[in-house]
Design a binder for this molecule. Structure first.
Ligand SMILES: [Zn+2]
Length: 521
C-alpha cells in the first residue's frame, strides 16, 4: 500500500466511509470486519483525481458518432457511414474523435464527407476539440461561402479558390455547432452516469470538469438529487468570449445553484489560446517560417481585468494555456489580480502548459499557481513530430517541461483532458515517468530530463489533484480520518519486476468506503 503522505503501510481499516486506521497487520489483530481483503501483492492507493476532463463528451460517445477508435480518414468515413445508416431519424450527424494527422497538412475535406453523407448536415470535432470537419450541407445551412469573413477568434479553412474546404478552426466552429440540435436532458443525465461508471472503473473518485454549462449543470443537479452522484465533481463555468464582464452575475448565480452533495462549482474556465497544430496556440515569437504568433483569445489587458474581477468574487480561475505567450499572459494576469485583491488561497491553475518559457517556470511557485499537466501528451508521436516540432524550432527544448516545473517548486496536478486522450491514469503515470509513446512504447523518450519519478507522478494524480480540487483535507492520501476514497490495483506498481505501470489494472474502487467498481466481490 502506498499512502502518498508517508510511504508504505501494510493495512488499512475503514469505518463509516472514513479511514479508521493505517498501519501494520499486527496492529489490526483483534478488530472485526464485515469484509476483509487480503492484498497478496496487490496495491492500495488513494483514489485517483483527474484535474481536467470533459465527462459529458465522454459519456455522450455511446450516443453520438464516436471516431475515437479510428486510425485513418478511411476508418472515419466507414464509421460515419455506419452511424448514419443506423440513425436514420437523426437530422444531424454529429460527434467527435478524428485526428488532424489523418489528413495532409491536417486539413479535413468536405468532399469525402459529402460522398458518405450527401443529404444530411455533418459536424464532427477532432480529438482536441479545436477543429471541426463539416460537409457541404452543414456549410450551406450555416450560410458559409467564399464571401464569409473569418471570425476574429477563428478561421475557415479554404481551398485555392477561396471556397470553404470543410475544416473550421476555433471560433469558426461556432458558425455550425450552434445549429446542431443539443442533447436532450435525458441524454445529458445518461452521459454523466456513463462517464461516472467508466471512470470509477479506472480508479477515479474525483474529477474537475473543465467546462460546465447550464445544460450539464442541470444534469449534475438531477443526478445528485436522485442520490446517484458517487464521483466528487468540481465544476468550472465557461467564460463566454462573446459576452463581457456583465456575465459575472450569471456565473455567480450558477455557482450558487451548483453546490450540492458531492458537486461543487468553484471555478471559471478561460481559453487564452488554441493549439499549436493549427497555429492558434499563442507564441512569444512566430511559428517557424511564418510571421504568425498564433492567437491570444483575450488581449493581455482584458485578461488582467477578467482575472481581477473573477478573483475578487472568490472564483478559482482555470486557464487553457498552450503556447508560451498564453502562459505568460495568464501568469501576468494572476500576478496583477494578486496585486489588486491581495493574495488569497485561490489555487488558480494553468492547464496544458505545452510551452513554458524558462523565465516563467519559477513563477508558478512564486504565485501559487498550479501546473495542471496532461502527461500523456509528452512524447514523440507522429502527431507531435509532424504537426508541432517542425514549427516551434528551438522551443522544443521546453516542450511539456514538467520536470523543470517540479524542480522550480510548481504545485503539480495531473488531468487527462479525456476525451482528447485516455482517461486511464495508469498509462498517463507511465508516460510521465518514461516520456515514451503509449501504448506503442517504441519512441525515444522526449526530453529525458523532464521525466518525473514514480512517487511524484502518483502524487500528481492523487494529492496534487486533490489540492487543485480543494479536497486535500478530506482525500488525496491514505491517512486516518480522511474519506475512504481508495483504489486497489492488481499489482505493486513500485515493484520494478511487475511490468509497465500502464499495464496495471484497477480491481476495486471505493467512494467513501462504498464499492463503485468491484472485481473482487
Ligand atoms: Zn480540455
Amino acid at each position: 500500500m502506498y499512502t502518498v503522505s508517508g510511504g508504505d503501510a501494510e493495512a488499512v481499516a475503514l469505518r463509516g466511509g472514513r479511514i479508521a486506521f493505517v498501519g501494520s497487520v499486527a496492529d489490526l489483530a483483534g478488530l472485526s470486519a464485515r469484509r476483509v481483503i487480503e492484498l497478496e501483492g496487490r496495491t492500495v492507493l488513494p483514489g485517483f483525481q483527474d484535474a481536467h476532463l470533459h465527462p459529458f463528451s465522454g459519456g455522450m460517445l455511446a450516443i453520438v458518432c464516436n471516431l475515437h477508435r479510428t486510425a485513418s480518414a478511411d476508418d472515419c468515413l466507414e464509421e460515419i457511414a455506419r452511424y448514419a445508416a443506423s440513425n436514420p431519424a437523426r437530422e444531424w450527424i454529429s460527434g467527435d474523435g478524428w485526428s488532424m494527422d489523418f489528413f495532409p497538412g491536417g486539413r479535413s475535406d468536405k468532399e469525402r464527407l459529402d460522398a458518405v453523407v450527401p443529404d444530411r448536415p455533418v459536424y464532427l470535432e477532432n480529438r482536441d476539440g479545436h477543429t471541426a470537419w463539416v460537409n457541404s450541407r452543414a456549410l450551406e445551412l450555416a450560410g458559409i461561402t467564399a464571401d464569409t469573413a473569418d471570425p476574429a477568434d477563428g478561421r475557415i479553412e479554404r481551398d485555392s479558390a477561396g471556397e470553404p474546404s470543410g475544416a473550421l478552426h476555433e471560433g469558426a466552429m461556432w458558425l455550425v455547432s450552434t445549429l446542431v440540435p443539443p442533447p436532450t436532458s435525458a441524454e445529458q443525465e445518461q452521459a454523466l452516469l456513463n462517464a461516472q461508471a467508466e471512470l470509477h472503473a479506472l480508479g477515479i473518485t474525483a474529477w474537475q470538469d473543465a467546462v460546465v454549462e447550464p445544460e450539464t449543470l442541470a444534469a449534475y443537479l438531477a443526478v445528485t438529487e436522485r442520490g446517484q452522484l458517487t464521483m466528487r465533481a468540481e465544476g468550472n463555468l465557461l467564460w463566454d468570449r462573446s459576452r463581457g464582464e456583465e456575465q459575472i452575475e450569471d456565473l455567480l448565480t450558477m455557482r450558487e445553484r451548483g453546490s450540492l452533495g458531492r458537486l461543487r462549482i468553484r471555478g471559471v474556465k478561460i481559453f487564452q489560446d488554441g493549439v499549436l497544430e493549427n497555429f492558434t496556440g499563442s507564441l512569444l515569437d512566430p511559428y517557424e517560417g511564418t510571421d504568425n504568433r498564433g492567437m491570444s483569445m483575450h488581449e493581455a489587458e482584458e485578461l488582467r481585468r477578467m482575472l481581477a474581477l473573477l478573483d475578487s468574487h472568490g472564483f478559482q480561475v482555470h486557464l487553457h494555456t498552450i503556447g508560451d505567450r498564453a502562459v505568460r499572459e495568464a501568469l501576468d494576469a494572476i500576478e496583477a489580480a494578486q496585486e489588486a485583491n491581495g493574495k488569497r488561497d485561490a489555487r488558480h491553475h494553468l492547464a496544458h502548459i505545452q510551452l513554458v518559457h524558462p523565465d516563467d517556470q519559477s513563477r508558478f511557485a512564486e504565485l501559487g499557481v498550479v501546473a495542471n499537466a496532461q502527461p500523456y501528451w509528452a512524447t514523440h508521436s507522429r502527431y507531435v513530430d509532424v504537426l508541432t516540432l517542425p514549427f516551434i524550432g528551438d522551443r522544443a527544448a521546453y516542450h511539456y517541461p514538467f520536470g523543470s516545473l517540479v524542480r522550480a517548486g510548481a504545485p503539480l496536478a495531473f488531468g487527462s483532458d479525456w476525451t482528447v486522450s485516455t482517461a486511464n491514469p495508469l498509462p498517463q503515470i507511465e508516460v510521465a515517468v518514461t516520456r515514451i509513446l503509449h501504448p506503442e512504447r517504441n519512441t525515444e523518450p522526449m526530453l529525458p530530463d523532464e521525466r518525473l519519478d514514480l512517487e511524484t507522478a502518483v502524487a500528481a494524480f492523487t494529492r496534487g489533484s486533490a489540492f487543485v480540487n480543494f479536497l486535500e483535507d478530506e482525500t488525496g492520501t491514505i491517512e486516518q480520518g480522511k474519506l475512504a476514497d481508495l483504489v486497489v490495483l492488481d499489482r505493486d506498481i513500485f515493484d520494478t519486476g511487475a511490468g509497465p505501470v500502464g499495464d496495471a489494472r484497477v480491481l476495486l474502487t471505493l467512494s467513501e468506503g462504498e464499492p463503485v467498481h468491484d472485481e473482487l466481490a
